[in-house]
Design a protein around this ligand. Structure first.
Ligand code: G3P
Ligand code: CA
Length: 263
């Protein structure tokens, strides 16, 4: 349950950098992760897919089309093909007011690269995407996190949180390790059974536009953390903090840091 979350702190409002500081830098790039940390993020969020050659990479979509100069499904491209893509120029084109020269040429990152860079000094919030497409993904992730001493007996409890929309994946992970911190994502918070979620997860991650204070209270009564996505404006941040939310995913860590400090 939540009382075992130590790295992030119990009763502390946590700010999860949604795809990095993705409101100000190209999502899931080193530029976005570094900016998020500079702004005081408690967790870096990484959405994970798998390449054709079974490498874990940080990307939201199951294609490279929206965020890079390339095309194709992630699972039909090899890592070396993916590493040739520019994951920053599209952002510069779409958001000229936020563009920076060094965003050009940012690359899609492997999980290995992100953790190789920031190591044990950072907390990671890892989403397993489209797990039906990638049968070995959960096991690969577990092996990787163990090898890097981020989970298991050598890990700091709470340093890694694993989130997914896929209930089966979370249950699978729970069976593999009772120590993992697991969060069930939902876009349909009134249609879920919080008692059932509490049987295999430590928290629930709802779309914040679909909940009210009662939802958070009820989740807390079931011993679940509530981490809402994706909260980008100050008014909503204040509202959720007043509702006793445990954390938010945001593209604007800087805003959340200010609000979280004041309220
Ligand atoms: O993981 C929380 C939130 O990020 C879920 O939505 O589509 O941004 O991954 P998405
Ligand atoms: Ca996500």
């Amino acid at each position: 349950g939540p009382s075992s979350v130590t790295a992030a702190g119990v009763g502390k409002f946590v700010i999860i950098a949604h795809r990095g500081a993705s409101g100000q830098a190209p999502e899931h790039t080193m530029a976005a992760y570094q900016l998020a940390l500079d702004q005081g993020a408690d967790y870096l969020e990484l959405d994970i897919h798998m390449t054709k050659d079974k490498q874990l990479i940080a990307i939201h979509d199951d294609t490279v089309d929206r965020t890079t100069n390339g095309q194709g499904k992630v699972n039909s491209l090899t890592l070396s093909e993916i590493k040739q893509l520019d994951a920053g120029s599209r952002f510069n084109q779409n958001f000229p007011d936020k563009a920076k020269p060094y965003y050009r040429g940012q690359t899609i990152l492997t999980l290995e690269e992100v953790i190789g860079k920031f190591g044990g000094s950072v907390n990671y919030y890892i989403e397993l995407k489209k797990t039906q497409q990638y049968s070995e993904m959960a096991d690969k992730l577990l092996r990787f996190l163990n090898a890097h001493q981020l989970i298991g007996t050598l890990g700091v409890h709470g340093q890694v949180i694993i989130e997914s929309f896929h209930e089966d994946t979370l249950k699978y992970l729970r069976n593999k390790s009772s120590e993992l911190i697991l969060v069930q994502l939902t876009d349909n918070p009134w249609n879920i059974d919080l008692a059932k979620i509490a049987s295999y997860a430590d928290g629930v991650g709802p779309n914040y536009t679909k909940i009210n204070q009662k939802f958070i209270e009820t989740a807390h009564q079931h011993g679940l953390l509530v981490h809402c996505w994706t909260v980008n404006n100050e008014t909503d941040m204040i509202k959720l903090i007043n509702w006793n939310v445990d954390g938010i995913f945001t593209n604007y860590v800087d805003r959340a840091r200010i609000i979280g400090t004041v309220f």
